[in-house]
Design a protein around this ligand. Structure first.
Ligand code: NAP
Length: 182
């Protein structure tokens, strides 16, 4: 049995300039629903054996100014899933966090960004991300970052002190979200 928690929404821009209700809706979908669905289905997973695949993001690896709530929600998914996988060892159930970078879906359009972001360097097709996720699941891993560009990016981001990594992420995310420099 496989539970895939893929649903997620993004919002870009400075927190102070954005609708708090939208931020809370994002926390509900990206965080609360994953905890709730996993909790509800875990007894069935234990009975049948299987796995939980939670979709995080490369943005989970550093603080993400101009996508602060989205980034933190994905950091939750990444850390929570890996911790859960440890707790589940020997139970016949596993958990894996999938951390895609830019992927060619409707995600950015839904988040209100102009078309084109999904074609930036390192962007992957959804099919390629899914294939990498299932290879990693079959290999027994608890985390996968699909694609060489995303692997290099997250390796670098996770080695830097968090305030430094946040500063670098801010340069990209400020431009992506259309925020003016103050
Ligand atoms: N695309 C990227 O560059 C990228 C990068 C990193 C991580 N991710 C993550 O990948 C996952 C899939 O996103 P995507 O790229 O496929 O984006 P997408 O095309 O916008 O799809 C978002 C999915 O989330 C579902 N969803 C949104 N709000 C929901 C709600 N309130 N209740 C239930 N389902 C809801 C949507 O369902 P409906 O179709 O029914 O609305 C849709 O299936 C997300 O967790 C996202 O954060 C995406």
């Amino acid at each position: 049995m496989l539970l895939i928690n893929n649903s997620g929404i993004g919002a870009f821009g400075a927190f102070a300039a954005r609708d708090v209700e939208r931020q809370l809706a994002m926390v509900d979908v990206n965080v609360r629903a994953i905890v709730q669905l996993t909790g509800l289905l875990l007894p069935l997973l234990h009975a049948r054996g299987g796995a939980i695949m939670n979709v995080a993001s490369t943005v989970a690896f550093q603080p993400a100014p101009f996508a602060a709530t989205y980034g933190a929600s994905k950091a939750f998914v990444l850390h929570w899933t890996i911790a859960l996988d440890h707790e589940l060892r020997g139970s016949g159930v596993r958990a894996i966090a999938v951390c895609p970078g830019t992927t060619q879906t409707d995600f950015f359009q839904t988040a209100g960004l102009a078309p084109g972001v999904e074609n930036q360097v390192g962007a992957m097709s959804a099919d390629a991300v899914v294939a990498a996720a299932f290879r990693a699941l079959a290999a027994g891993r608890s985390q996968v970052v699909p694609g060489w560009f995303n692997k290099a990016y997250t390796f670098a981001a996770s080695k830097l002190p968090k305030p430094v990594a946040a500063g670098l992420a801010a340069k990209v995310l400020r431009r992506r979200s259309g925020e003016a420099r103050v």
